[in-house]
Ligand binder design. Structure first.
Ligand code: TXA
Ligand code: MG
Length: 321
């Protein structure tokens, strides 16, 4: 059910969950001060209770009461990148419910760069919001993805197609060096240059102690996601061409321009476009009932693009690695 901002605010006030747009993906929001609405988020998504939620706020001033302290280097990051795709993890105060933090003594905070989200947050106060997909599935990048996922039962504030299409960079700032827990559009190099400190690249922590979300399956369409290679004749290797007729192919050789033919999509090195369309294409393959999605590897392309770590992370998780 699509709603306008007035209805979205009424529903949030009444303890309902409401999906809203951000610049990364759509979130499923509930008010931070409403414990039963927060419960409803876990129920609606089927989210494991050990996976904490990001608190979305309007500005730095709304962050201050929620964290014990904002160190100078973190303040620089907030000032440089908020509103934007950066989620900052800091030690929390008692204003953040245990349930939101999933028992951790920290909170993840972010100011989304989307006018509708900022208008909502200015009027509602802080909103906890995971990505609006059912747990484990690709995140929604359009209002109709949310409509589809919950058969119209969740109210959605429609803000069009999300600009970035992959979830925010999650940065642990509880100790130095800071560490990326989930790669996103802002990479370690830019963050490090801005705050003047070393920022460690995301490394999946086997114990998943710091970011519980990394333990769970993510971003998976119904189709199998597989890495593919093309041989010298242009055939997808080692699969026969009859098999590829039932597949969606996402190709990404940097030298050639963008093209789109049937179920073959060639991104020609445009990683920004690749990222913004990845989840929509995953969903498109499912709509067509295709059993497989092949993605050409792109680990060795140069020059290095800041979205590559985030794209690799999402594709590897979707491929079940
Ligand atoms: O772009 C985004 O971040 C989107 C939009 C809606 O803002 N939200 C999003 O939320 O992706 P979610 O719940 O799908 O992912 C949040 C990630 C999870 O991996 C979770 O484990 C991690 O952030 N996280 C949340 N609170 C944390 C905390 N206190 N410490 C460490 N990791 C935390
Ligand atoms: Mg998510």
């Amino acid at each position: 059910m699509l709603v306008n901002i007035h209805t979205a605010l009424e529903k949030l006030e009444g303890g309902e969950v409401v999906a809203f747009p951000t610049e990364t993906v759509y979130g499923l929001g509930a008010r931070l001060d409403n414990p039963s609405a927060i419960e409803r988020i876990f129920e609606t998504k089927g989210r494991p209770s050990d996976n904490p939620l990001i608190v979305h706020i309007r500005d730095i001033a709304q962050a201050e009461p929620l964290v014990r302290e904002i160190p100078g280097a973190v303040k620089k990051l907030m000032e440089a990148y908020w509103p934007g795709p950066l989620t900052i993890v800091l030690p929390r105060t008692e204003l953040v419910p245990d349930r939101v933090a999933a028992g951790l003594d920290t909170v993840a905070l972010r100011v989304p760069a989307h006018p509708a989200a900022l208008e909502l947050l200015a009027k509602s106060g802080p909103l906890v919001a995971p990505s609006a997909n059912p747990s484990g599935r690709p995140s929604p990048t359009r209002a109709n993805h949310v409509e589809h996922d919950y058969a119209g039962r969740v109210p959605v504030l429609d803000g069009g197609e999300t600009r970035i299409g992959l979830e925010s960079t999650v940065l642990d700032c509880t100790e130095t060096p800071f560490r990326i827990l989930r790669p996103g559009a802002l990479d370690a190099h830019s963050l490090s240059r801005t705050c003047g400190h070393q920022v460690l690249e995301s490394a999946d922590d086997p114990s998943a102690r710091r970011s519980p979300g990394t333990r769970h399956t993510h971003y998976k369409p119904a189709a199998d996601v597989l890495w593919a290679e093309l041989d010298s004749t242009g055939e997808l290797h080692p699969i026969s061409s009859s098999a590829t007729r039932n597949a969606l192919l996402l190709l990404h050789r940097a030298a050639e321009p963008f093209w789109f033919r049937g179920r073959v999509i060639h991104y020609g090195g445009d990683y920004t476009r690749f990222a913004s369309q990845l989840y929509d294409l995953f969903r498109w393959a499912d709509t067509l009932g295709l059993p497989k999605i092949y993605i050409e590897p792109f680990t060795s392309v140069s020059p290095v693009h800041p979205l590559i770590p985030a794209l690799l992370n999402r594709i590897e998780k979707a491929a079940g690695q």
